[in-house]
Design a protein around this ligand. Structure first.
Ligand SMILES: Cc1ncc(COP(=O)(O)O)c(C=O)c1O
Length: 406
């Protein structure tokens, strides 16, 4: 993988921050965009802009074709069985709320259990709390293991026939670990439950075969994988798709509307009421093409190399405490840590003074930070354009934080 060549495709990486070269290590929050993605969006608006599925004129037909081609690109990228299983949403949060408000609200009842882990992003936690309140179902958590990991073993004792819905991350946005989705799904399904996977931190970083995972719903966002903000995906398995109710109602999702009642179109239109984010879908397709050209296995191995290097360097600094397992083998390309006695925000602020962008805070995982008994952590997350020189800059900034803040 030629990182220097890749970097040329990202104009923002030429930016100076506080008179230093920008070192962007906040990729888990959102990734940067290659010129090609921005150009694809511009091209759509300049040359094809029209509403989809509604007009018989040329522009509308072209826009519709671009939108549906984007759906096909997504389907191929995650190995979906058919493009009708791909529902465009505004992002992971929207996708998870979709499942909560459709399948879960209709099917859960008192006595049922919703199973999550203690390390979920708020987007995969709060929607289930609301559904639990509405339906009388109870929430249970798979606890964090002593070494900061969560394994299949931890899930096993929690999966019973009462678990009607299990919702968990594929890759954690704080711990940096990857869950064995296939094995967990198998157990949940054997016990009669359905599985919802939050793939926000997985799809951008690894090759995926969603059919092979055995889950029922898989959610992710475009903006974390070089695509634009405001577009995301909910993949729904064939078996569930047919019986799923619409999430929103209005134009574009109907078959027949009468004064007192209406019927619905088939998937995916059934689930995409209103004017969709066509430009977003076109931009996402361009991002997928870009990632596919690099090759997802190359993306994963590049990130792993950076992670291994970063962990090795961080281990040389005594004050650094890792969040999640220190063993890099079970980790993907992000690392969260804190410095004994120094607040994460202060570390991030010193890093910013030398151009290094990291995230500090609870990373939308307040219950996890409470469990770990730390107010906040620093998170450095890597992507295709990051280099070892940038990791060195991160380390330099951490050492500087200790020097300045004591
Ligand atoms: C694991 C995880 N789930 C869900 C989300 C929410 O994604 P979005 O804000 O794109 O909806 C994020 C974003 O940081 C995430 O890391």
């Amino acid at each position: 993988m030629e990182v220097n060549k890749i970097r040329e495709d990202f104009p923002i990486l030429r930016k100076k921050v506080n008179n230093h070269d920008l070192v962007y290590l906040d990729n888990a929050a959102t990734s940067q965009k290659p010129a090609r993605v921005v150009k694809a969006i511009e091209d759509f608006y300049f040359n094809y802009n029209a509403n989809v599925h509604r007009g018989l004129h040329t522009l509308s037909e072209e826009a519709s074709e671009m939108y549906e081609n984007a759906r096909k690109r997504v389907a191929t990228f995650i190995n979906a069985g058919h493009e009708s299983e791909i529902i465009f949403t505004s992002g992971t949060t929207d996708s998870l709320n979709f499942v909560a408000q459709t399948w879960a609200r209709k099917n859960l009842k008192k006595g049922d259990v919703i199973l999550m882990t203690e390390a979920e992003h708020h987007s995969n936690l709060v929607p289930w709390q609301i559904v639990a309140e509405e339906t009388g179902a109870e929430i249970e958590y798979v606890e964090l293991g002593k070494d900061g990991d969560i394994t299949l073993e931890d899930f096993k004792s929690k999966i019973t026939p009462k678990v009607k819905l299990a919702a968990f991350f594929h890759c954690s946005n704080v711990l940096g670990i990857t869950l064995p989705v296939k094995e967990i799904s198998k157990l949940v399904k054997q016990n009669g439950g359905i599985v919802v996977v939050d793939g926000a931190q997985a799809v951008p970083h690894m090759s995926l075969n969603v059919q092979n995972l055995g889950c029922d719903f898989y959610a992710f966002s475009g903006h974390k994988m070089l695509g634009p903000m405001g577009i995301g995906v909910l993949w729904v398995s064939r078996e569930i798709l047919e019986s799923l109710d619409p999430y929103k109602y209005g134009g574009g999702m109907i078959d027949l509307v009468e004064m007192k009642s209406s019927t619905w179109a088939i998937s995916p239109e059934k689930f995409e009421a209103g004017t969709p984010n066509v430009a977003g879908a076109v931009g996402l397709a361009a991002a997928i093409d870009y990632l596919s050209e690099i090759g997802m296995d190359n993306v994963s191995s590049h990130e792993k190399e950076l992670l291994t290097y970063a962990v090795q360097k961080l281990k040389e600094i005594d004050r650094v405490k890792f969040v999640g397992p220190a063993d890099v083998s079970s980790r993907h390309g992000l690392i969260s840590f804190y410095l004994d006695g120094i607040h994460a925000h202060d570390v991030a602020s010193v890093l910013n003074s030398i151009g290094v962008a990291v995230r500090s805070g609870h990373h939308c995982a307040m219950p996890l930070h409470k469990k770990l008994d730390i107010p906040a952590s620093v998170r450095a997350s890597f992507y295709v354009y990051n280099t070892k020189v940038e990791v060195d800059k991160l380390i330099e900034g951490i050492r500087k934080s200790i020097e300045i803040l004591g």
